[in-house]
Design a protein around this ligand. Structure first.
Ligand SMILES: [Zn+2]
Length: 229
């Protein structure tokens, strides 16, 4: 059951095709599993078209899933070992990982084509793997929290948008499960903890570096520094 959704502003920008790619990907992935938001997008599209019709201009063209995929494919080439650039494809080796084998299509397309997703250990219970989405101002990455693991308390200098892909975690404000969509704004401090029964996999889009505020922050900051794709 999904309890946390993108707000109407974000959905309106998504529907009009004006969201940055990285944010569009994460909204699109949420929509794939959320009939409630798909209905809202449909409604916003109709509303937008009606308003534009009234003002006698061209109707807004909603960005469909296929159009978004085409945009990602054309804008996120990945250089392989010998420097050649190729379009990413989901690799068979990801099938072995129960967390990665059933990702929303739009996210599976971001996995490196050589099957080598690079996980970096950021703390005892948190691993991060950066992804490429052809974006300069946003970083997009997987975060994997081991069951019961706590992430260092941190705040945000920029927007952070997170989608839970597998398992669940909690923080000071609530519990977030598969499909839940969270937006953290600058200045908000939180400390996510994965639930006890299983690991948690999230995908996050971060607009600016995350500043670690806890005792161990100074050791972790290099791992959380901003590396645009
Ligand atoms: Zn939703």
């Amino acid at each position: 059951m999904i309890n946390h959704h993108p707000d109407d502003n974000l959905l309106t920008e998504y529907a009009s095709g004006s969201l940055a790619n990285a944010l569009g990907i994460i909204v699109c992935a949420h929509l794939q599993n959320c009939p409630h938001c798909r209905q809202r997008v449909e409604h916003l599209n109709k509303l937008g078209a009606a308003i534009l019709k009234q003002s006698a201009t061209e109707p807004v063209k909603a960005e469909t899933f296929d159009q978004l995929m085409a945009r990602i494919r054309s804008q996120s080439p990945v250089a392989d070992v010998d420097g050649a650039v190729k379009v990413q494809q989901t690799h068979v080796s990801y099938e072995k990982d129960p967390m990665l084998k059933r990702l929303p299509k739009v996210i599976a397309k971001l996995l490196p084509s050589d099957g080598k997703l690079k996980w970096q250990r950021a703390s005892g219970s948190l691993k991060i793997a950066r992804l490429r989405a052809g974006q300069q101002q946003y970083e997009i990455s997987f975060q994997r929290i081991s069951c019961g693991g706590k992430v260092v308390e941190h705040d945000h200098r920029g927007l952070e948008v997170t989608l839970v892909l597998h398992g669940s975690f909690s923080d000071e404000d609530g519990i977030y499960s598969e499909g839940d969509f969270l937006v953290r704004t600058p200045g908000e401090v939180h400390r996510p903890t994965a639930t006890q029964n299983q690991d948690c996999l999230c995908i996050s889009v971060v607009e600016a570096p995350v500043k670690v505020t806890g005792l161990f922050g100074k050791f972790l900051n290099p791992f959380l520094s901003f590396h645009p794709a």
